[in-house]
Write a protein of this length. Structure first.
Length: 351
């Protein structure tokens, strides 16, 4: 039994090294306009869907097109920065096992979510906001179902297709361009067995309309699973410390909306869903230990890169990118430990 386990580990390490090198090369050769667009994209996280008039005032009547463009600019660089560290899937998971790191806990959570969706082999699942398709490929391999990934960024979809092909999952996955705010979703009534999303719905302008349409496309008995970012009851927007932490965290995790848990459950129930799981999925309700692990790795990398830039081994933009990435990791840790916000609350509802 030792040899297969060793082979699996070696394959994983070979994959990680290959991914890091590819992302490193992409970052090294980024044109200046891409660098500027990435750094300028962060200002969308100063806004909230709850203050739509402010968005219109700052970005004009076509503000939503501007938001879409900035999100593409943001993720087109962020996914490579994250791949250099341990957050290739671009989310910090709930802590399912205290003895394991970010990647292993992502795997454990995704297996649990696949079980909770309860979709059999040959069924149809939708991943909304699939990014580079890493979760979609894993869910497809675990369930035996066909997984469709939807995202607004064509470059990430291309990466998702290549990854699925490398895992022999091209026939079991499909990736298409789509926007969760442009409803109805491009799927027929009662055509899907399951829907899930991982830390995506802060981009939804109208949760009630979105969950109503998810209800439409699910078959009777079908389930929707959401792991997402929420403000918690202890958060007080009138508290200057809380407001400052929120201001610093939103760009770090890429959140526009700041929904409460009841915003999701209310919208689900109004659509007709029955909520069957509603809990913080992390041991002791905290993500801070994993956030700190990820942040320390990126902070260490940023220091190394700073030295390489100073010695003219790397171009100056490397330091700008990693400094921006690691700017507010400790704010996230502090808010998590104080119970102000979380990105690991987990809700599953059934039609």
């Amino acid at each position: 039994m030792a040899q297969p386990a060793l082979h699996t580990k070696l394959s994983f390490y070979a994959y990680r090294v290959s991914t890091i090198l590819k992302s490193f090369k992409t970052l090294y050769t980024l044109p200046q306009e891409k660098i500027d667009a990435f750094l300028n994209s962060y200002n969308i996280f100063d806004h909230d869907w709850a203050s739509e008039e402010e968005l219109k005032r700052d970005m004009g009547p076509d503000y939503y097109n501007q938001v879409q463009k900035k999100l593409v600019d943001y993720y087109s660089v962020l996914n490579h920065l994250c791949a250099v560290g341990s957050v290739e899937k671009m989310y910090i998971p709930p802590i399912m096992d205290m003895s394991k790191g970010v990647i292993a806990n992502q795997t454990l959570f995704e297996k649990q979510m696949a079980a909770d969706l309860n979709v059999k082999a040959g069924g149809a699942i939708l991943d909304i906001g699939c990014g580079r398709g890493r979760i979609a490929s894993h869910i497809a391999s675990v369930t035996g179902a066909h997984v469709t990934g939807m995202n607004i960024d064509g470059n990430q979809l291309d990466a998702a297709r290549r990854f699925a092909a490398s895992k022999g999952l091209s026939e079991q996955t499909h990736f298409q361009q789509g926007d969760l705010n442009k409803l109805p979703l491009p799927f027929a009534d009662s055509s899907l067995d399951g829907v899930y999303q991982v830390q995506v719905f802060s981009y939804s302008k109208d949760l009630e309309q979105l969950f109503a349409d998810i209800y439409r496309v699910l078959k009777p008995g079908g389930r929707v699973a959401c792991l997402d970012w929420f403000r918690l009851d202890k958060y007080d927007p009138k508290n200057p410390e809380h407001a400052d932490l929120m201001r610093r965290i939103k760009p770090l995790i890429g959140a526009i909306g700041t929904p409460a848990i009841e915003d999701f459950t209310r919208a689900m129930e109004k659509a007709g869903f029955k909520v069957i799981i509603n809990k913080n999925a992390s041991i002791n309700g905290l993500q801070a230990p994993l956030i700190e692990k990820a942040d320390s790795l990126f902070t260490w990398a940023a220091r190394l890169i700073k030295g390489c830039v100073r010695c003219k081994i790397l171009p100056r933009h490397f330091q700008k990118l990693f400094d921006r990435l690691t700017l507010d990791g400790q704010a996230f840790v502090e808010a998590d430990r104080k119970g102000l916000v979380t990105t690991c609350h987990y809700i599953v509802a059934q039609k």
